[in-house]
Ligand binder design. Sequence first.
Ligand code: DHE
Length: 544
Amino acid sequence: TPGKRYEPELNVLPEQAMPKAPGAEAGIPALTKAEAEIANTIYFQRCAGCHGVLRKGATGKPLTTDITRNLGYDYLKNFITYGSPAGMPNWGTSGELTEPQIDIMARYLLNEPVAPPEWGMKEMRESWKVLVPVDKRPAKQMNKLDLDNLFSVTLRDKGQVALIDGKTYEIVKIFETGYAVHISRMSASGRYLYVIGRDALINVIDLYMDPPAEVARIKIGIEARSVETSKMHGWEDKYAIGGAYWPPQYVIMDGATLEPLKIVSTRGMIYDEQTYHPEPRVASIVASHYRPEFVVNVKETGFIDLVDYTDLKNLKVTSIAAERFLHDGGFDKTGRYFFVAANARNKVAVIDTKEGRLIKVIETQGDRPHPGRGANFDTKEFGPVWATSHLGSEHITLIGSDPEKHPENAWKVVKVLEGQGGGSLFIKTHPNSKNLYVDTPLNPEAEIASSVAVFDIDNLDKPYEVLPIGEWSGISQGQRRVVQGEFNKDGSEIWFSVWNGKEQESAIVVVDDKTRKLKKVIKDPRIVTPTGKFNVYNTRKDIY
Ligand code: DHE
């Protein structure tokens, strides 16, 4: 139905995506149709992000039946229950999956994966809804908010984002979004806020309205992680782009209405061995400031596609062979060079977005780099650097990023720091800050997961200070994972999420950057499972 609303509670796989009751092969335990539906939903919610819909593996190991049938039912059941030090969560002992659910999942993995359906223009247009037409929207900002200092905060397990005022710390408004909503990105002008859920639902919020309101939405696939908007001078706010995990594709849309204009499949050959991959998922996307192009990172095939949006009919895509398992990344401080982590390859690829070419693929000397957007700062010794922390080790890698004034250091690992441990996801600083903050939310030690390490940028050899953010939150129950620092507009404060279980209290802890002391704890019963935070100004200007 055209304009159908996609409510968060409907955010399980659509009916047609459910696998048929698998035909029992000799010795392979079958699932009833009801069990297959449960398994498919759990797989989508918990497993597909790392293992892929077709189970060919990426961040997680491949789980195709040639492998799972060798491992056998008991092994799979134990593995799901207890997890592994290599990063597989302990779904059973953590209480997130019950024993009957684990039994179903172990049997499910012994059966062939069933590909969910495709999602083309017809499905996109049916899901597309303009809630406020462009001519009914205000011509200028109608509210009194300091738009540039708002934060869009992911309330992960609620399928919502909270708009929080950066000065008063008040919640301005809460918006319903897609399932396990993932990231927020801003249009170049700062007017439109785009949010994408794991179920590939994109909502666009008009910050000029009083109060800010959702103005359009679309579902661009069945699973997705990334959304971005055109930022080139002359093209501000014109286009949005969404990248999907399933089907593996990206779509260019009208920026104001989300009308889908052009869908491009990413299926194709792996960059080096040149064998076909059926599920090359779209990971991070950034918008070039130097050319009218989107930089689209394709995970499994290892291509970085520079998508020229000036002529959608005669679409020009520069496909750069980089490295497999591209994931997240960000610009250097000039906005010209883009660094992206190929995390399962321990590498970072650097692109020159002005010249549209690969500069180098660099080994990071740590295990699975995971920068978020990374951190840019000037060092006395090496000049400007871009830095990443790692998922699998304590290393923080600094890469020289100034080929003009410091050519001897450019695109080289100039220094490796040691932080609190592995399990880091995000690293952050700000042009006005002298501190480098490193989180470790996935570290198995509760104390490390609930604190951050701060390095002194002017004296990187000085031991880091540990900020006990979890303790500062005043919350005593739960896991208190501290995740993703995000600065306010002027760089005087950094906000951290204290990410707890859905039924437990969570918080946002604001740290004064100069003194590294606690400034404010934002608590509200509506702040459930906060994770990513996106300051409007820093996000639209790519400041990090
Ligand atoms: Fe993310 C960014 C994918 C799990 C919080 N995450 C990204 C990006 C990708 C991605 C491709 C880059 C988007 C861009 O810049 O265009 N994330 C994935 C996964 O596939 C993965 C590993 C597993 C999954 O099943 O989804 C995953 N991510 C998580 C989480 O569990 C996190 C910690 C909590 C949550 O909210 O789900 C999480 N991811 C984030 C955040 C960003 C992000 C906060 C943006 C960081 C930024 O500063 O830009």
